[in-house]
Design a protein around this ligand. Sequence first.
Ligand code: ACO
Length: 448
Amino acid sequence: AKNVGILSMDIYFPPTFVQQEALEAHDGVSKGKYTIGLGQDCLAFCTEVEDVISMSLTVVTSLLEKYKIDPKQIGRLEVGSETVIDKSKSIKTFLMQIFEKCGNTDIEGVDSTNACYGGTAALFNCVNWVESSSWDGRYGIVVCTDSAVYAEGPARPTGGAAAIAMLIGPDAPIAFESKFRGSHMSHAYDFYKPNLASEYPVVDGKLSQTCYLMALDTCYKYFCHKYEKLEGKQFSLSDADYFVFHSPYNKLVQKSFARLVFNDFVRNASSVDDIAKEKLAPFSTLTGDESYQSRDLEKASQQVSKPLYDAKVQPTTLIPKQVGNMYTASLYAAFASLLHNKNSELAGKRVILFSYGSGLTATMFSLRLHEGQYPFSLSNIATVMNVAGKLKSRHEFAPEKFVETMHLMEHRYGAKDFVTSKDCSLLSPGTYYLTEVDSKYRRFYAKK
Ligand code: ACO
């Protein structure tokens, strides 16, 4: 199989959201902290009728319908998620309901979990399967589904929720350049979920930022090594057209790209211009640790990277800013933003993605885009995803209502024997929703 990669995609996020500006006022923090400080516009959240299973049922059904894929044509289904609803039964098995009724139970794959990285692990599994001798000629599907919720406090505005489904196969308009890849994995306690009775993570916010940036540097280093070995020339930011980052909040994405510019400067790579060289020169002797602590370096590198950021990163930021951190779906929602914003100009372009999952696991990898053939074309993917339409038809909630929902969800987490309001008035037709969890913890869903 050649040019294996993503043939098509769809995205779903809850229609319910709060404005970050309203949240600032509600939380009593200084004006601008969430909107400018974190760089976020809105935060989407699941109400009591939605969860990671309903969202993934919705997005997989939609993917199959909109691209007219017969469920029998699917041979592998992989899910990435860090939202634990069951410690044994995978989300994938819930999704099998869609395929069983069409007579297809011959589908490999289960769930992958490690914080926000599970979706990337699932994606690599699926791509590897299509490239392998066990491939049976059918398509794979990768699902990333998460509801990111935090306890009250500074991390809460970095929540979000979404599910993404990607169809995997050969001759893809979004093809992997599998040789260009760098990973960094190590043991850290930056963000983890040791309390199985709570949906909320334990998070060391500052440490998680540093872990993210250190992982980025290391992945970039390995990525560049591999590129240089294979291509016989140095890699620099000018060798790719777009950079897509896992996006817990937009400010970290700005800092990440600035960090890559600083890396190019230190490596003396050709993409750094003279003005940038001059501005970054005072920092060339910093040790690694010092460089993560230096506010002046952060400021200078963000300043010199701004024009490149606007060209190569900004088009990827729409959905993460509007929806919030979607954990496993975050990176792919950023990529979906690029398809939405630039679909007619993307043929032939190289896109570099950086996936980060706390704990920690990270990979930088490369995609090459082609226009492709309908229905698997970049322009059709953008049409099907209908990002603008989905954003426009959302319903704003007041912060009080959001907090109330969070309280209710705290009670519902791990609970049994309840029925939901079954109120699906805000959901668009075709959306799955939770109706009941019975006395044996079995979950039931209906479709609007
Ligand atoms: N106007 C403009 N900017 C402001 C304002 C204001 N009124 N107030 C604060 N800011 C800026 C700060 O200067 C800071 O910017 P900087 O980083 O450029 O200095 C930014 O807003 C955030 O303010 P902090 O005081 O640093 O925020 P705090 O420490 O309260 O929380 C944090 C931020 C740590 C990111 C928190 O939201 C968190 O823990 N989030 C979850 C962890 C996370 O997402 N980590 C990322 C990687 S791991 C993962 O993906 C889960």
